[in-house]
Design a protein around this ligand. Sequence first.
Ligand code: PHE
Length: 355
Amino acid sequence: MSDIKKIKDDFLLKLKENLDLNQVNQIKTELFGKTGLISSQFKQLGKLAEDERKKFASDLNLVKNELENLITTKINDIETKEINKKLEKEKIDITLPERPFVRGKIHPVSQVIDEISSIFSEIGFSVEEGPDVENEYNNFTALNTPDNHPARDMHDTFYLDDAKKLLLRTHTSPVQIRTMLNDKPPFKIIAPGRTYRSDSDQTHTPMFHQVEGLHIDKNINMGHLKGCLNYFIKEFFEVDKIKMRFRPSHFPFTEPSAEVDIGYEIKDGKIVIGEGDKWLEVLGCGMVHPNVLKNVKVNPDEFQGYAFGIGIDRLAMLKYGINDLRAFFDCDYRWLNHFGFDPIDVPTNYRGLSR
Ligand code: PHE
């Protein structure tokens, strides 16, 4: 039996066995590697006489092709088997129940801040922010609040140091000061945010929210203030008509000062805004005191304007029928699910609790 025939028979037999990829590759090297059996046979060609060479070469090529094809098929088979095995293992069981998908809710206070901001931005107000931890100057002195004013009392204000220089801001009015110190008039801003006072009952919490408004320009008068607040209340409560009353009041940083009440009545146990003969206080306001303008280097003979401070939590309670302010800050998830708002971009596969 010739060498070629022997190689062929041996390897056909070997390749019939159950082999893994490594073993097949090893056989491949044994045959076709640099010093492989088939490769060595090709090297013999030169030593043969011409008439023998032709036949030998053709036989050798046949064997080479046969073995090569067999090896390629074998490798393909093994690889396909491995892929199938992997697919089998990684198969996704689509009959499994899905994990519960619960989406968060927007807190009524955040919702109302967004509503207020968009209503005021329609008439040219921009939104400013100030820190919760304020200094005594911005919170009181610059706002024309005398040293002996009761608002400065320890019972009302949370001081953060013994010298009473740092405090948790008691209103959003210090943002008026920050804004005017930072820029030149005219100013037309609102400033929503957290405020703090030592108070706690059904309608008062130590932390609450206000939105400050400030409009300073040449020739701004109380008519502008009334028009602005009238527009805001109507937009906010989504009513065409509103009953509004300006009651004389006092704030050190405005002159004259007023507190604003809106008319309402109770119909079927629900508050209806804009009708009836009951009054509800919603905000404080007035024309900015000349002393405040002087403190921020704005000339009161040239510029003047109005300011207001609205209680956000109270507006949220009124609009959305929530009767205990303390629940706003209890972090009770059930309460939030009931009174909270869905984000606007609710996906179509949304499965959370809805309002
Ligand atoms: N800062 C006042 C308060 O907290 C409200 C207010 C703001 C009044 C602006 C007048 C002008 O009660």
